[in-house]
Design a protein around this ligand. Sequence first.
Ligand code: MSP
Length: 644
Amino acid sequence: MSKKPFYITTPIYYPSANLHIGNTYTTVAADAIARFKRLTGHDVMFLTGTDEHGQKLQRIAEEKGVQPIEYIDEIVAGIKSLWTLMDIKYDKFIRTTEDYHKKAVQKIFKQLYDQGDIYKSSYEGLYCTPCESFWTETQLVDGKCPDCGRPVEKAKEEAYFFKMSNYADRLIEYIETHPEFIQPESRKNEMLNNFLRPGLQDLCISRTSFTWGIPVEFDPGHVIYVWIDALSNYITALGYNSENTELLEKYWPADVHLIGKDILRFHTIYWPIMLMALNMPLPKQVFGHGWLLVDGGKMSKSKGNVVDPVILVNKFGVDAVRYYLLHEIPFGADGLFNNEIFIKKTNSDLANDLGNLLSRTVTMIEKYFDGVIPEPQVKESLDEELISLALNTPKLAEEALDKFNAPAALDHIWTLIRRTNKYIDETTPWVLGKDEEQKPRLATVLYNLAESLRIVSVLVSPFLPSTSEKINAQINATNITWDSLKEFNGTVFGTKVCKGEAIFPRIDVEAKLAELDKIAEEAKKAAAVKEMEPIKEEITIEDFDKIDLRVVKVLECEPIKKAKKLLKLKVDLGGEVRQVVSGIAQHYKPEELVGKNVVLVANLKPVKLRGELSQGMILCASTDDDSKLFAVNPGDVPAGSIVK
Ligand code: MSP
């Protein structure tokens, strides 16, 4: 019988910097699912890769004085070796700078243009460079990019647009009639209510402001918007728009796109609409997992709190890290990466529960049967509970994993591990071992332990592949197929066990925590003395003179409803009262400002922010991430004084 195909993908990562534990999480989760599917007899295609175009990458390369591809090649090599380190067994790695992908994307663009889904126009708006997205005034949050919170710039470009609205109704209907399409459920409602139902705007899908992208074939001044390029990878990797479409026929539609919740909109709105326009079936499911947070919130380079998986693997082994990611982060929700919990869990679940079970079993087989796995002889009713749990666990684990719930699957497996440890306490082999007459019973007990371990080893193999191999080597397990779990007799008696080193040596919590704390401290220090922002282009005194800076006294100050970051101030400019809206609400309480002198950029063109007129800007000094901010204090001079 031919195997059932199963196609799973990760997002393709931006090679803008080395990957961290958050990206590693997505890939490890996808790898465990892919391995599980292979084990249960599926013909798996597991795709990952890198998303190598866009203005941000061009800028980084320019700053470093190299060609983009030179910079990217180095990062991609690092990503591939990270995946080797993490035991990731992907079937294909796509790079969007590869020729076959670029050609296929150009053809997609042309087809959509020819059939009228894409049209040329021009775009004027507020542009966020890191996100490569245009926004309208109303979409901004506190005057900044709603996705990343960074400042936006005014920009105008001739551009191509995708008529998203043509497909919105069809997509809404599809989502409503396919409840499994967007998972978890809560994310589906977010997409419908926040984006689709209010109405879709046409999407700007080309850029002329930079060159590091796939050129529009019939209009080479334009490069294709990075998300159109990136999303297409899921089909170009299988040969879409190429001579050989065998893989496409076999694996498309994908069974699941596993992604972080941050890129759900792209995968559940833009991507399905592109596919509808191309007349292709939609992926069966898009699963948006949560964020991996660290103490203090999101990981960020400027905070110096980015967790590096390489350090953890080198200190604690790959499977300790895989286990933590797969078991401790509730699938679908945000989870925490914390060094202390990580070390304690490694000790309790891996060193104690699993490691001890293996070493006790192998030691007893050596001690009582010269290392030869004995033939079971005397059964007791006590055995039944263990055996029935061992035979039932594969089904429970598979059901959980079919819902992509790795933590639940591991819980089922650990229930069996703990039950097996309890079986040792119940049967007391060390007591049986003292009495020659009990040897037949002891043989059964030790056989059952080895057999339960064999089943555990097969079950953990998708999650902890190298641990599984080590267990197999010690108990000499050769029946390691999924089918071999149907019966409790796959261990071959008469074969020799081979005691090895502890699979998870106990970790000295205090000592290792101190080591990790020291590394974290150093990273924080390094982040604090990071490279200085480059000084802007030189200006003349005349240029500077154009800016009219005045001392103003704050007369009134109040928050603005529904705008967490904004305060509305009335300031005295020495005879004239002005209203100013300022994004400082997270740093000042209104009463702290009233009566104070601050500096105003007095000749800045007035704008409306959240419907309120702002006639100038208050000068502030802030850290890069805005975690600290101070209004510049001009001292005690009369309102209206000039600052120069
Ligand atoms: N290149 C796009 C994806 C294109 S897919 C067609 C991109 N790349 S990324 O490198 O910025 O991020 C990729 C993914 O990494 C995120 O969607 C998310 O899945 C994962 N994560 C990045 N940081 C993360 C955490 N802190 N926690 C969990 N996952 C995170 O977006």
